[in-house]
Design a protein. Structure first.
Lengths: 111, 113
């Protein structure tokens, strides 16, 4: 079952913050976040495993609430380089690699 | 830095023809995947491969698709009789397993005419 991402698109000015949400109707084993720039391959950001993890990477962090079956990606003090489409990929049964991606959230950061 | 490489970068084929998309995963990875992305849409899982066999496949991965690891380094996706709707970017990915990240190749853009 495909996870639902929200919002579908967001436009920010440099330095502003954004939150991207990913939710599933099924119990989740892990959540993977990727960023894809136009015409390029998805690039891995982070994985969150069940246990209610939070992780951070520079000014990008994420949380995973397995009870609510949802994850959120937090982008703080956004930079122009953050522009792209963000996908969450979810695993529901520990099947390695069977990531089901959401439709993506297009983030545009303007100067 | 090791990377997943895919060839060709762009393939144009006539409807009904067979195509083989090639991938060289990162050498110490054990799990291999193919994903598809129709232009402007989300990335869709096709198949995962481990220990020389398919471990998972999606509904998209029907009988016209097959995967192979013929020589221990290459990982191929074959589409037997291409259809117009097979036009998409095909990404190969590899990983070490254990809920670690998948590394994506740059993709092969397949255009079926």
């Amino acid at each position: 079952q495909q996870p639902v991402q929200s919002p579908q698109a967001v436009i920010l000015r440099e330095g502003e913050d954004a939150v991207i949400n990913c939710s599933s109707s099924k119990a989740l084993y892990s959540v993977h976040w990727y960023r894809q720039k136009h015409g390029e391959a998805p690039v891995f950001l982070m994985i969150l495993l069940k246990g209610g993890e939070q992780k951070g990477h520079d000014k990008i962090s994420a949380s995973f609430n397995e009870k609510k079956q949802q994850s959120s990606l937090y982008l703080t003090a956004s930079q122009l380089s953050y522009s792209g489409t963000y996908f969450c990929g979810t695993e529901d049964g520990g099947s390695q690699g069977n990531l089901i991606f959401g439709k993506g959230t297009k983030l545009s950061v303007k100067p | 830095e090791p990377e997943v490489t895919q060839t060709p970068s762009h393939q144009v084929t006539q409807m009904g023809q067979e195509v083989i998309l090639r991938c060289v995963p990162i050498s110490n990875h054990l799990y291999f995947y193919w994903y598809r992305q129709i232009l402007g849409q989300k990335v869709e899982f096709l198949v995962s491969f481990y220990n020389n066999e398919i471990s998972e496949k999606s509904e998209i991965f029907d009988d016209q698709f097959s995967v192979e690891r013929p020589d221990g380094s290459n990982f191929t996706l074959k589409i037997r009789s291409t259809k117009l709707e097979d036009s998409a970017m095909y990404f190969c990915a590899s990983g070490r397993g254990g809920q670690t990240e998948a590394f994506f190749g740059q993709g092969t853009r397949l255009t079926v005419v």
